[in-house]
Ligand binder design. Structure first.
Ligand SMILES: [Zn+2]
Length: 499
């Protein structure tokens, strides 16, 4: 059943959209939040479990210190205040994939509050999203519903449970209500999740893979009638797992809610599921209120009271953040706003910066990533960052060109070899004999051969038409598979003709 949808422009004429975004991020710590089980994605079901994360009677949690530091670093990078004192709470509910029947989370005492994140929109303008809080919690296990058509519980014959993910450290970042986004609400939702992903990647606290669920977005959307100052009832579209889907889910909910409200209906406060194939949302469960969860302070964990020194030390560990890096790249590399945005959109900025850090000039590094390597990524259907070449390897190829050991043509062959996983650039040069030939004996023979094959050209050069030497140089380059040192060939041509 498809819902009636209101035209997008009409939605905006009659209502103001209000967003709220909740992003869950799995931390890439070595172990889980409250036990020593390994925190690794993709291992066989129920092989990373112990009495604590299975919630067995008498098992006690021990807090992961790295996870706490990661939470504070995320809070600091989001301009939040770090709470001088906070603690965990039990969020009580039953779900088969949560063996303790409560989730250890934070409720009214989160570790970080009141921050902001400036996000860049197409066209280059900035929109500031206010952050309400970032808090720590643990992930649940996973249910696998078998026998249904699309892996959902509806129509399934039975369900399987995998507790490997139970107890994996999570940080939930919650925005304040986002007002004033207007027609750009879907774009702002996407841009915010993008900016948050880039920030978390720079902090090196998570692998932020939306496709693997290590970063998930819940999008709250409501409509406020024009002239009203009271928020409408919101829906929460859960676990949207790509940037594009975040944008589409927000837009769909705006149009669906507009149609419901215009026909005199009421929005039900509920969770909704986003379907990638149809780009539509469908009703999930009625949304619980916080009273339903019977939160109470976790008695098995001591409160956390970070000292000022600890917070100050963590602040010094913050890396150059994405917007700082962009500002620096713009100045140092002399980029226009448009050029910079293209690099950011292509996912090339960090790669170029890393290539420059590995010793390459910025212009060359940029040229390789945005042209040849972008083509390679496109033809393979992968992200630039997922190509099997590292910035250090590319920097080595660029250095070989600068030394005169490779021509641009040979350099591309070496890069192809790296992409084909044949080894390091120097190994590929050696294995394929790709180095530029500057050896006079070999080159002289080739030049003599080319002159003999074109006596008319040789005569022209002898008669003073030096430009004609280009034809001989071209013939030598062709004969040597492009490996000859063209400058040296030219010198030899002129020397041999006048000899
Ligand atoms: Zn465990």
């Amino acid at each position: 059943m498809t819902a009636a949808l209101m035209d997008y422009d009409e939605v905006l004429e009659r209502f103001e959209p209000v967003l709220g975004l909740e992003v869950h991020v799995e931390l890439s710590t070595a172990t889980k939040m409250f036990c020593g089980c390994a925190n690794v994605f993709g291992t066989p079901p129920n092989t990373q479990v112990c009495p604590t994360c299975l919630g067995l009677p008498g098992a006690l949690p021990v807090l992961n210190g790295v996870a706490v530091e990661s939470a504070m670093r995320i809070g600091l990078a989001l301009n939040c205040s770090i709470a001088p004192w906070c603690r965990f709470a039990r969020k009580n509910y039953f779900y088969p994939d949560m063996p303790k029947n409560f989730q250890t989370s934070q409720y009214d005492e989160p570790i970080a509050v009141n921050g902001s994140l400036a996000v860049e929109l197409s066209g280059g303008s900035l929109f500031t999203v206010e952050i309400e809080r970032a808090h720590m919690e643990e992930d649940t296990g996973k249910s696998l519903h078998v026998g249904g058509s699309d892996g959902r519980i509806h129509g399934a014959s039975h369900s399987l449970l995998d507790y490997n993910r139970a107890g994996v450290p999570l940080i939930e970042v919650v925005t304040k209500p986002i007002e004033g986004a207007e027609a750009r609400a879907p774009e702002i939702a996407r841009a915010y999740v993008t900016a948050l992903r880039d920030l978390l990647r720079a902090l090196n606290v998570s692998d932020v893979r939306m496709d693997q669920g290590s970063m998930r977005c819940d999008a709250n959307v409501s409509l406020m009638p024009r002239g009203s100052s009271t928020f409408g009832t919101r829906t929460e579209t859960k676990n949207v797992n790509s940037l594009r889907s975040v944008e589409r889910a927000v837009r769909y909910e705006m149009c669906r809610q507009g149609a419901v409200l215009a026909s005199g209906g009421r929005i039900v406060q509920e969770t909704r599921h986003f379907d990638e194939a149809t780009a539509s949302t469908s009703a999930g469960r009625r949304k619980e209120t916080s009273e339903d969860y019977r939160y109470f302070p976790e008695p098995d964990l001591v409160p956390i009271a970070p000292s000022d020194d600890w917070v100050a030390r963590l602040r010094t560990t913050l890396p150059e953040l994405p917007w700082q890096r962009r500002a620096r790249a713009k100045t140092e590399w002399g980029l226009s706003d448009l050029e910079l945005r293209d690099l950011v959109n292509a996912g090339a900025l960090d790669l170029i910066a890393a290539t420059v850090d590995a010793g390459a000039p910025a212009a060359e590094a940029r040229s390789w990533w945005v042209s040849y390597l972008s083509q390679q990524a496109n033809s393979r259907g992968v992200e630039l960052a997922d190509l099997p070449i590292t910035p250090a390897q590319l920097a080595r190829v660029i250095a070989l060109v600068a030394e005169g050991a490779l021509t641009n043509n040979l350099a591309r062959q070496v890069v192809d070899g790296v992409l084909a996983k044949e080894g390091e650039p120097d190994e590929i040069v050696a294995a394929h004999g790709l180095a530029v030939v500057s050896d006079d004996a070999a080159l002289t023979a080739a030049v003599e051969q080319a002159l003999a094959a074109a006596p008319d050209v040789a005569e022209k050069i002898r008669g003073g038409k030096v430009a004609a030497a280009g034809a001989i140089v071209g013939a030598v380059m062709k004969a040597t598979g492009g490996q000859a040192n063209a400058q040296r060939v030219r010198e030899l041509v002129l020397a041999l003709v006048s000899a």
